[in-house]
Design a protein around this ligand. Structure first.
Ligand SMILES: N[C@@H](CCC(=O)N[C@@H](CS)C(=O)NCC(=O)O)C(=O)O
Length: 206
């Protein structure tokens, strides 16, 4: 039985969250690292949206990172990430919707010349301030899917201007991100994966 193929890009926050769940589940996949500015034809043939991550199983193609997380954790969820309060899903929805929208417009402001970056920064801050109020060590009393689905985007936002992020009055948020980035889980999903070559097998992951 061939392993499912995970098309991935190391720094993409959606791909990071998919790899976090696959790594936690231990479900083996073949990881194919690609470069977004030079997408291989085999990837374009596989992915309906031409975005990463994309998981190709013998049964179906899963093109949404959250669906890939659930696919892996449905098979094995040793840390019970899916066992979270219902508000977890609401936090993920806010992250993927309004927060990511604002994040892109702060990070890539020159691509949105008609937009006011200050307005998007304010929207991002509102979400982060709400997270700060919700967080203790984790969003709930232990790590869940919501933490792992959201943290890669917090990392992306923080790195737009890390000194600025670190200077905000967000100690819980800063601690949450720092612990995540120092974790074994993060290290395990962030090695410098060699780029996949057409005709070659990908990498065994996790
Ligand atoms: N809804 C998708 C979004 C994935 C996505 O937008 N990924 C970005 C990279 S971070 C991408 O592949 N963009 C296509 C491109 O840059 O050409 C998911 O959750 O997997």
């Amino acid at each position: 039985m061939p392993r499912p193929v995970l098309w991935s890009f190391r720094r993409c926050p959606y791909a990071i969250r998919a790899r976090l769940a696959i790594r936690c589940s231990g479900v083996p996949v073949e990881l194919r690292e690609i470069v977004l500015r030079d997408k291989p034809p085999a990837f374009l043939a596989a992915s309906p949206s031409a975005t990463v991550p994309c998981l190709v199983t013998p049964e179906r193609v899963i093109d949404e990172s959250l669906d890939i997380m659930h696919w892996a954790l449905r098979q094995n969820d040793p840390e019970a990430w899916r066992d979270m309060p219902p508000e977890g899903a609401d936090w993920i929805t806010r992250c993927d919707g309004p927060f990511k929208h604002a994040l892109d417009r702060v990070k890539y402001a020159s691509r949105y010349p008609q937009d006011d970056p200050a307005q998007h920064l304010a929207a991002a801050r509102a979400f982060l301030t709400d997270l700060e109020a919700q967080l203790d060590l984790w969003l709930f009393d232990r790590p869940t899917l919501a933490d792992m689905a959201i943290l890669p985007f917090i990392r992306q936002f923080a790195h737009i201007d890390k000194p600025w992020f670190d200077a905000q009055p967000w100690p819980h948020l800063q601690g949450w991100l720092a612990r995540f980035m120092a974790s074994n889980a993060f290290a395990a999903v962030m090695p410098k994966f060699p780029r996949w070559q057409e005709g070659q097998p990908g990498l065994s992951f996790p």
